[in-house]
Design a protein around this ligand. Structure first.
Ligand code: ZN
Length: 132
């Protein structure tokens, strides 16, 4: 269920910047993407016209079946749209898919790489404890 496509993001200067967009990341299928994501290398963009750059310019869905939650990671700048984003999440295909799986796995929203990395670190330490 990893979905990667070429896309473009409109820069504040009007330039359309081509980026490789990760819409969703399933680390069971693509374990190599975990490190890439933790190194904050997903969905960044750089505008050659005006030099603007942005870390995490587009959201992605992060799926690790070891976790209790699927994590939607949104750009830091969209924090004030949280209510709208959560509503959209409830109506998304991922919600239907999760319900059909019946595993009780939830979805959550984080903003920016800082929150994302914190979440992953939390789950990984929890998972390590269980394994011991
Ligand atoms: Zn620009």
């Amino acid at each position: 269920m990893t979905k990667i496509q070429m896309g473009s993001i409109q820069c504040q200067c009007g330039n359309l910047v081509k980026v490789t967009l990760h819409y969703s990341i399933n680390v069971r299928i693509n374990p190599e993407l975990k490190q890439k994501t933790l190194k904050r290398k997903i969905n960044n963009y750089y505008c050659e016209k005006c030099g603007a750059k942005s870390e995490l310019a587009y959201q992605f869905l992060y799926v690790d079946y070891n976790y209790d939650e699927w994590i939607w990671c949104y750009p830091e700048g969209m924090r004030n749209e949280e209510a709208k984003i959560r509503e959209k999440m409830q109506n998304s295909p991922s919600t239907k898919l999760l319900n059909s799986l019946g595993t009780g796995t939830k979805q959550t929203v984080v903003f920016g790489y800082d929150e994302f990395v914190k979440k992953i670190t939390f789950y990984d330490s929890k998972f390590k404890k269980i394994k011991k």
